[in-house]
Design a protein around this ligand. Structure first.
Ligand code: C2E
Ligand code: MG
Ligand code: MG
Ligand code: MG
Length: 277
């Protein structure tokens, strides 16, 4: 292992990573400038009711338009931001911007809908996470009953009791909670009845293969039933095809997101659709 000082953090790299090392270092120094240069935006993807095809909510997804390199996907820079200790700043910026956007939509006459933000797996481990969320809600005046926080299963691998307690406090504030990328984490499903969550989002890797020879239909059915047993609503991620939609509809999945209905959109573009919704 090699070690490189980066801010207060030690960035660890191994042989495979060192091939990407230059690229990562560039991303790192550029990430630090991205805030000053105002290069982050949010796009919003509709979450749709399977039965009525109405938009019931949106998910905020960060976009980084790098001045020289163009769009850099979150799958590339979020892990780097986690490594260099910038993820908290990013998640806070996302939360505040999403709350402000909710308020802007409502003042434009849009019916209030749920707005979901993703937070990094490390956030629930942070003692000050709740305070940071509370501050942003106060600062923006956002109604927390319309706010949803998406966490992954891996957020709760460690310090589980503490995490459950933080989740409870978020719920007490009126915030809804979703488990994102369900089915891909390292934890067992045994936690489901213990966790104060509202939604399970079935990972798109399962949905993508519906009606392929490698299909996961039986697993998807079981996930939906399991979720419903515990009183949770189910969201299918990554619905691209009509066949996938009719399958999940048949299995009583509650909501879906995916290119079939809409890609993530700029706030102004989505606003037109929300006004007609
Ligand atoms: P996620 O939260 O599971 O978000 C869903 C991803 O699937 C998004 O990719 C979305 O654009 C994409 N997607 C939606 N519908 C379809 C579809 O029909 N087909 C396909 N192939 N893809 C679809 P995106 O925006 O590139 O984000 C990737 C991941 O990066 C997110 O997965 C989330 O884990 C993370 N991320 C994105 N924004 C944020 C953020 O603001 N904060 C944090 N901490 N993580 C974020
Ligand atoms: Mg998500
Ligand atoms: Mg997901
Ligand atoms: Mg994902």
């Amino acid at each position: 292992y090699g070690k490189i000082k980066g801010g207060n953090n030690i960035f660890r790299y191994n042989d495979t990573m060192s091939k990407k090392y230059n690229e990562l270092l560039l991303v790192e120094s550029d990430l630090r400038k991205a805030f000053q240069l105002n290069e982050f935006r949010l796009h919003y993807q509709p979450k749709v009711d399977v039965d009525t095809n109405k938009i019931v909510g949106v998910e905020a997804l960060i976009r980084w338009n790098h001045g020289k390199k163009g769009n850099i996907p979150p799958s590339l820079f979020i892990p780097v931001a986690e490594e260099i200790g910038m993820i908290q700043d990013i998640d806070e910026w996302v939360l505040e911007e999403a709350c402000n956007q909710f308020n802007r939509w409502v003042s434009s006459g849009v019916e209030p809908i749920m707005i979901a933000v993703n937070v990094s797996a490390t956030e629930l481990q942070q003692a000050d996470f709740l305070d940071r969320v509370r501050n942003i809600i106060e600062k923006t005046g956002m109604d927390p009953n319309y706010l949803e926080i998406e966490i992954t299963e891996n957020s709760i691998l460690y310090n589980t009791e503490e995490c459950i307690d933080r989740m409870r406090q978020l719920r007490e504030m009126g915030i809804s909670l979703a488990i994102d990328d369900f089915g891909t984490g390292y934890s067992s499903m045994g936690y489901l009845p213990k966790f104060p969550i509202n939604f399970l989002k079935i990972d798109q890797s399962f949905i993508r293969d519906i009606c392929n020879e490698t299909g996961n239909e039986e697993i998807i059915k079981a996930m939906i039933q399991l979720a419903h047993t515990f009183g949770l609503k189910v969201v299918a991620e990554g619905v691209e095809q009509e066949t996938a939609l009719s399958f999940i509809k048949n299995e009583k999945c509650d909501y879906y997101q995916g290119y079939f209905f809409s890609r993530p959109l700029e706030a102004e573009v989505l606003e037109q659709q929300l006004l007609l919704n």
